[in-house]
Each structure stands twice: as C-alpha cells, then as structure tokens.
Design a protein around this ligand. Structure first.
Ligand SMILES: Cc1cc2nc3c(=O)[nH]c(=O)nc-3n(C[C@H](O)[C@H](O)[C@H](O)COP(=O)(O)O)c2cc1C
Length: 275
C-alpha cells in the first residue's frame, strides 16, 4: 500500500515531526533527512504531509501547497455540540420538499474525510437525493419484496404488512416519508479494509451531524437492515450492492416536525472512571 514519500531538502528543517507522527513507523531519519524506510507499513494517511511545518513533504504526488489549509476558525463550542447532542432527534416526518443538491454534494464531499480503520477509505455513498428518486427506490423495494420467494416460507408480518401499506400509499414505516436516503457501504474485499462495519457506522454518524448542521433532519434506517436480512437479494437488486457488503442507511430531508424540548432519558451510558 506504500506511497511515494519525497522530501524537498531545501525546505526540510530536520525536525523529525513526520517521522514521529508516522503511526506504523514507516519513516526514519537518516543523515538528517526523513526517508521511507519500511514502505510496507505505510497506510497512506498523509500525516507526514500534513504535519510538516515547512511544507517539505510531497506524498504520492500530493504537494503541500495543494492541501486544504488549516483555517483559524473556532471549532463549535462544547456548549453548542452538547446542545445538539442532547436535543437532536430522529425525524419521523419529513417535509414534502427536496434538499438542494449543492448542499448534499457539499456534505457528502466533506463526509469522504470520515476516518476509516487503517485508512482503508473503501466506502461508497449511494444517495437518493430527491423525492422522485426515493419514490423510485420505494417502488423497486416493493417489487423485490413481492418477488421474493424462500421456499414455502412467507414473509414475516412485520415486513409484509408495512410493505402493503406502503404500496397502497397509506403509510411509510420503513422510510418515514423521507425525501432522501444515504446508503453507506464498505467494499470489505478491498485491500487494507480492517473495520468495515465501524467505517460505515462512523460515516453515518458524521453524516447525521453534518446534515443537522445544514438544517437537514435525519433518521437511522435500521429497518432497511432488517429487511435486507430477511430478503438478501434486496440491495443487490435495487442498488447493485453485494449481498454481504456491510452497510447502513440514513434517511434525510427537511424536517416536518419541530421539537420543543429535549427528552428525559431513563438511563444514560454508565460512566466508569477507573482512576
Ligand atoms: C442504529 C439505529 C437504527 C435505527 N433505526 C430506525 C428505523 O429504522 N426507523 C426509525 O424510525 N428510527 C430508527 N432509529 C431511531 C431510534 O428509534 C431513535 O434513535 C430512538 O428512538 C431515540 O430517539 P432519538 O434518536 O430521537 O433520540 C434507529 C436508531 C439507531 C441508532
């Protein structure tokens, strides 16, 4: 997986920051300059490029002057993040309007920065961005379910009844009337993928945060996972996803409900300080 590590010796001040920041110790100082000593260990995280104070490191042809600058902007305050986390809601009703594509494109482009184990970056973001595309997905969903045969086994009631209601336009328990849906999947057969399900889940969680920051409401779509377990050809036939690919889905759209207050949880996570 090694990347090509180049140092502009005229700019390098031999501080060793790149060597120290290399997670798997692929770099080494030699004769006052860093070099790639153990290429097999390199996971192309580009920390060497990012950390170099003088912009001396080019990695895999990526020049420091082309990197995103670290803007001197304040991070969201702890108070504002805390307020979001305490009052964020899973939206169960969405407005009958599309989210602008430019906003979605911005969010999904940023989301590509979500961390992945061993920097594998083997995620695909399959997005149904409009009501029209979502309705198309709903139709495909219903037709796959109706065609599904598993010997003499009938579909369970929790699936069959809402699917009929959805087909009849009565209710949309699975997709909550969302105007859009994001399916995050991992190509877990790609080289270097160590944590496919975690990668998918992290991306979904970060999508929720980014979307909410843009005024877009979200809802985790666990039902899609449940239906996929029951009808294993579902995502293969609707979106071309391999049957065993790890995935999760997020519904999104402009909110149709405004929550006036937070909820009062009966239990929170147990906090267990050990020192
Ligand atoms: C992994 C996961 C899957 C979920 N799946 C669904 C779902 O399929 N449909 C739904 O309406 N809500 C779903 N939810 C939302 C939960 O029901 C919701 O988080 C919980 O009721 C608490 O509400 P809150 O998120 O507004 O605090 C899911 C949440 C998570 C974390």
């Amino acid at each position: 997986m090694a990347g090509i590590f180049e140092v502009d010796e005229a700019k390098c001040v031999s501080c060793g920051a790149c060597v120290r920041d290399c997670a798997f110790r692929a770099l080494k100082m030699e004769g006052g300059a860093p070099r790639m000593a153990f290429p097999d260990r390199c996971m192309k995280c580009q920390h060497c490029l990012a950390v170099c104070p003088t912009g001396a490191v080019t990695f895999d042809g990526k020049r420091p002057e082309d990197s995103v600058p670290v803007k001197d902007l304040p991070l969201p305050s702890l108070e504002s993040v805390e307020n979001w986390l305490r009052t964020r809601r899973s939206m169960r009703y969405f407005a009958a309007e599309d989210v602008e594509r430019a906003t979605l494109l911005r969010i999904l482009s940023v989301l590509g920065n979500a961390p992945t184990g061993c920097n594998a970056r083997a995620l695909t973001f399959t997005c149904f961005p409009t009501r029209e595309s979502m309705d198309g997905f709903r139709r495909d969903f219903i037709s796959v379910i109706e065609r599904h045969r598993d010997g003499a086994k009938l579909l369970p009631r929790w699936l069959a009844v809402p699917a009929i209601r959805m087909r009849n336009g009565e209710d949309d328990m699975f997709f909550r009337g969302a105007s859009g849906m994001l399916v995050v999947s991992s190509d877990d057969a790609a080289p270097g993928v160590a944590t496919p399900l975690e990668d998918v889940t992290i991306a979904c969680a970060q999508f929720e945060m980014l979307a909410n920051a843009a005024g877009i409401a979200t809802c985790w779509c666990g039902f899609l996972k449940m239906v996929q377990q029951e009808v294993p050809e579902l995502l293969e036939q609707t979106i071309g996803l391999r049957r065993t690919a790890p995935f999760y889905a997020m519904l999104f759209g402009r909110p149709a409900v405004r929550y006036a207050r937070g909820v009062q949880r009966d239990s929170y996570a147990r906090i267990d300080f050990r020192g």
